[in-house]
Design a protein around this ligand. Structure first.
Ligand code: NAD
Length: 256
């Protein structure tokens, strides 16, 4: 047996990460760049996208910042054309941009809450896929949508978020069936709780995190890098037989 040093799984490949300026998206951008991808860091927040792209470049990777709001299809579509001009190709799109939901029972959620959360977390993923798919070559192309454990189980108090994430799984399955024979795989990742600006805005108390840790078979919540590792696997040649499915990264919290 000969063991050869192999180039990164993403050598020569190009990836786009929405919501790449913070939290899980930032970790995904870093991981893909470490594995050799040229990465488009797309975010609503220009400074955040710029910071992540700069830090990746300073570390020796290739990354480019882009600004777009995933709720605005026409603007996003225009930025996708710029992404393609910069990267030259699009092998992997990670639809990660998302927001949290205020905590209250269904009947108390305002229409604004509902429309805002569905707008970013579900319509935003649809807009992203609609803009990305025409640019994907089908030569090992992949889309990875960031859903949540709340796409797999109900959680009281955040119905707009739960509904949006269940919807992301529906989009993932339908697109997987439609584009598989064109060589494009579509999967979803379902992370458990991770400390990011999205969650720490609501979960401010250390005791709340300790209670959440204890709910996992592994005894702790996930790190952004755990999610990034799954995304890098699914989007790579290693995941070539995987499409139309959701992959929990959840330390056993949803294990029946
Ligand atoms: N943190 C968790 O515990 C957790 C668990 C499961 C799933 N998720 C999902 O992971 C994804 C990332 O969450 P996070 O925790 O890293 O959050 P985060 O707040 O740290 O990062 C989200 C990023 O998305 C960007 N964004 C928000 N709205 C946008 C829009 N309309 N257009 C473009 N960019 C936009 C933000 O500017 C931010 O940089 C979300 O889809 C979230 O639902 C998070």
């Amino acid at each position: 047996m000969t063991i050869k040093a192999v180039p990164g799984r993403y050598a020569g490949r190009a990836a786009l990460v929405t919501g790449g300026g913070s939290g899980l998206g930032e970790a995904i951008c870093r991981r893909l760049a470490e594995e050799g991808a040229r990465v488009a860091v797309l975010d609503l927040q220009a400074a955040a996208a710029q910071r992540v792209a700069n830090e990746i470049r300073q570390a020796g990777g290739e990354a480019f910042p882009f600004v777009a709001d995933v709720t605005d299809f026409n603007a996003l579509d225009r930025v996708l054309a710029e992404v393609l001009e910069t990267l030259g190709r699009l092998d992997l799109a990670v639809n990660n941009a998302g927001i949290g939901s205020p905590f209250m029972p269904v009947a108390e959620h305002s229409l604004d809450n509902w429309n805002r959360v569905i707008g970013v977390n579900l319509s935003g993923v649809f807009h992203s896929m609609k803009a990305e798919l025409p640019h994907m070559t089908g030569e090992g192309g992949a889309i990875v949508n960031i859903a949540s454990i709340t796409a797999l189980v109900g959680v009281a108090g955040i119905a707009p978020y739960v509904a949006a994430k269940h919807g992301v799984l529906g989009l993932t399955k339908a697109a997987a069936l439609e584009y598989g024979k064109s060589g494009i795989r579509v999967t979803a990742v379902c992370p458990t709780f991770v400390r990011t600006p999205l969650t720490t805005a609501e979960l401010k108390d250390e005791a709340q995190w300790q209670a959440l840790d204890a709910m996992h078979a592994l005894g702790h919540c996930a790190a952004p890098e755990d999610v990034a590792a799954m995304v890098a696997f699914l989007g790579s040649e290693d995941g070539r037989m995987l499409t139309g499915c959701a992959y929990p990264v959840d330390g056993g919290i949803t294990t029946p």
